[in-house]
Structure formats: C-alpha cells, structure tokens
Design a protein around this ligand. Structure first.
Ligand code: ZN
Ligand code: ZN
Length: 123
C-alpha cells in the first residue's frame, strides 16, 4: 500500500511492520499502535527493522515511549480503559490481560507495558 514510511519519511510503497514481533508478543499482533508502515528498504533492507538490531531497538524504544505517553494518566487501569486507549476489541484486550495480575486498583501500568512489549522494557 502507498503510505509514508515511519523511518525515512518517503511516500512510497510500504509494508506493515510489527514493532514487537509475533514471536515476542502474540497479543500485540493486531494492536494498532504496534503496526507501522515501512518502505521495503527500511523494512527488509540491511539497515531495516528486521536485519538491523539498532533499527529494531529504536522502533521498540519509540513504541515504549508511546505506550508510556498514552497510559500517562495514572498507575492502574481497568479493562474498559485499556480497551479504549489501545482501540482494541474484547478478544484482543482479553488476550493481553489474561496473563496479568489484577490488583484491587486494577491492572498496573508497568505490568501492562511490559506485557505489550513482549515481557521486558527497553532502556
Ligand atoms: Zn523507509
Ligand atoms: Zn516487519
């Protein structure tokens, strides 16, 4: 599809890239914020997201920052809030939350972000 590549900014033929790979977090595969358009070079070229660790890491750090921004309001969220913030459906939110501990206050932001990033944070 014709789109603007998220790395080089070119308006060109793009492919959909999963910032957190399928193998890293299955529950993130259909979540909008994890999907970005990349041109063929930035996607599968030598400096691209799949072949270059630095590029991959930069995209993951950007996503982590983005998640911290969209969940900045408080420390705990309930299911409906998470669904709304991630713009996802019931099945998608359940897949994310089934492995998370529910505190009295709700789901803890940090647990949630780590879960979305595939079990870790990037520093
Ligand atoms: Zn590009
Ligand atoms: Zn990809």
């Amino acid at each position: 599809m014709l789109d603007t590549c998220k790395i080089c900014g070119q308006d060109t033929q793009c492919e959909v890239h999963h910032v957190v790979f399928r193998s890293q977090s299955k529950c993130m595969q259909t979540i909008k914020t994890n999907l970005i358009p990349l041109c063929v070079e930035c996607h599968r070229g030598n400096t691209g997201a799949h072949l270059n660790k630095k590029t991959d890491l930069r995209l993951k750090k950007n996503l982590q920052f983005h998640l911290e921004v969209i969940f900045i309001a408080k420390e705990y969220f309930d299911k409906e809030e998470i669904k709304e913030i991630l713009e996802c459906n019931e099945n998608e939110v359940m897949a994310i939350l089934k492995k998370l501990y529910v505190h009295v206050e709700g789901y803890r932001k940090d647990d949630l972000i780590i879960r979305l990033l595939g079990g870790r944070k990037y520093i």
